[in-house]
Design a protein around this ligand. Structure first.
Ligand code: GDP
Ligand code: IMO
Ligand code: MG
Length: 451
């Protein structure tokens, strides 16, 4: 299997967990490169549903090495709960199969509290997951964050926490009129977490690069999605990290030459959680209908997801920003009952037709979607075992998506379970023997959608 990045192409929740779980069968290492426990990646194995937040989805398969890279922000309490929860369900989690970067940054209680207070005080809320993710990245960039390596060193942790709390408590008291955080209480509680997590800490960049050198297969697990990217998303209604494929390099210490393929996970329609413009959002009745059919409730927060038609501009944009090689289309079965299905192919703004996803929020807010309408297939496709057996109208829908995005489709997901999947392009599973050979890529046929 080529070293593959699995990246969200829309506003998150595209079904990355399911796709990672599928591909991890042939992978040796599964590595997260950004985000934190704002992510909720669902994997369904037989009748068991697992939701992963910080731990890579590969943990569910025995013998896989899972890495939490330096680009991830870690709430140690949440991580320990996740570990315990998996263990209680007979999933092995130990320093052999879970490795955490010493350079990843720590989310502390004051990050969550300051996020809540700031959001409440603003007129234009982002609708974050309230996990303290943004403030943790703010501290990282402001160079006052605490890295996991420093966390595990009692003296350094105490020093840094004390200094940070002096500042934080000043804000809490003087600006917000809130209670102060107790240094001793927080230090005691968190040093206990640090002792428990210390055995998992290592220089994960060495581990991953050695695995690459040894010809092992690596899966890079993105969280969130391209439209939530801090640089390329619908700013300011974004998360505070880089979910795009480029995030792999900075979030894991892996050079771009070591990445072979980028697979974009695409929901067959669109959803987003939280605030922000959403041109193809459904009318309230259809929104409710699709939310129920697609079980569109946040895997982390339980919030109802806003639902809308497939927006080709968003996914075509994701194809460009991530350099996508192929698409995994998920949740196609959710469209089974619709009489007609719309695809947004352009926006109308002030009388002009726009074909590229705009960076200006104002345009996105005011843009009118231009739709192409296709007839629905009006039959249940969940049990289909072969692409050729899909209804013609379903194939047309897929072909339309592939043509508009100008990227071939390699995986089609027809339900949450592993077996409810069609693999079209066996290349996503193909072994690559000597690494150097895999670097020589055959020239890509220009823009030929392959389905
Ligand atoms: P992620 O954050 O990208 O991993 O996605 P989530 O796990 O938050 O949300 C995707 C949801 O859709 C989960 O509940 C999955 O079990 C479910 N799911 C994934 N693929 C399919 C599919 O093809 N059909 C249906 N009906 N559900 C799916
Ligand atoms: P997965 O990995 C969907 C959204 C939040 C909010 C914005 C900022 O499961 O796809 P944050 O807490 O990150 O500062 O919130 O980003 N958001 C997600 N939406 N899926 C996610 O993760 C998300 N993680 C964050 O709803 O709009
Ligand atoms: Mg999710």
């Amino acid at each position: 299997m080529p070293n593959t990045v699995v990246v969200g192409t829309q506003w998150g929740d595209e079904g990355k967990g399911k796709v990672i779980d599928l591909l991890s069968e042939k992978a040796d290492v599964v590595a997260r490169y950004q985000g934190g426990n704002n992510a909720g990646h669902t994997v369904v194995i037989d009748d068991n549903e697992f939701v992963l937040h910080l731990i890579p989805s590969g943990i569910l398969r025995p013998g896989k090495k899972c890495i939490i890279g330096n680009g991830v922000v870690i709430n140690p309490k949440a991580l320990l709960e996740e570990i315990e929860n998996l263990r209680s369900r007979k999933i092995k989690v130990n320093p052999e199969n879970l490795l955490i970067s010493k350079n990843a940054h720590l989310t502390l209680p004051y990050h969550k509290v300051s996020e809540k207070l700031k959001e409440e005080g603003r007129r234009s809320r982002i609708g974050t997951t309230q996990r303290g993710i943004g403030p943790t990245y703010v501290d990282k960039v402001a160079r006052i964050g605490i890295k996991m390596g420093d966390f595990a060193d009692e003296e350094t942790f105490r020093e840094r926490l004390k200094e940070n709390l002096e500042d934080v408590n000043l804000f809490m008291e003087k600006i917000y009129g809130e209670d102060r955080f107790s240094f001793e209480e927080m230090a005691r509680e968190y040093l206990d977490y640090a002792r428990k997590l210390a055995p998992f800490l290592t220089d994960t960049s060495i581990v991953i690069n050695e695995a690459i050198k040894a010809g092992k297969n690596i899966l890079f697990e993105g969280a969130q999605g391209t439209a939530l990217d801090i640089d390329f998303g619908t700013y300011p209604y974004v998360t505070s990290s880089n979910p795009i494929a480029g995030g792999v390099c900075t979030g894991l210490g892996v050079g771009p030459t070591k990445i072979d393929k980028v697979l974009g996970v695409v929901k067959a329609y669109t959803t987003r959680v939280g605030e922000g413009p959403f041109p193809t959002e459904f009318s309230p009745e259809l929104d409710e209908q699709m939310r129920i059919k697609g079980k569109e409730y946040g895997a982390s927060t339980g919030r109802p997801r806003r639902c809308g038609w497939f927006d080709a501009l968003v996914v075509k944009y994701a194809a460009r920003i991530n350099g996508l090689d192929s698409l995994a289309i998920t949740k196609l079965d959710v469209l089974d009952e619709l009489d007609e299905i719309k695809i947004c192919t352009a926006y109308k703004y002030k009388g002009k037709t726009i074909k590229e996803f705009p960076s200006e929020l104002r345009i996105l807010k005011e843009a009118e979607p231009v739709y192409e309408e296709l007839k629905g297939w009006k039959t249940s496709i969940g049990g289909t075992k072969d692409f050729s057996k899909l209804p013609e109208k379903t194939k047309e829908y897929l072909k339309k998506i592939s043509n508009l995005v100008e990227i071939p489709i390699s995986i089609i997901s027809l339900g949450p379970k592993r077996r409810e999947t069609l693999i079209l392009n066996k290349e996503v599973f193909k072994p690559v023997a000597p690494r150097r050979l895999s670097r020589v890529k055959a020239p890509r046929k220009a823009m030929t959608p392959r389905i």
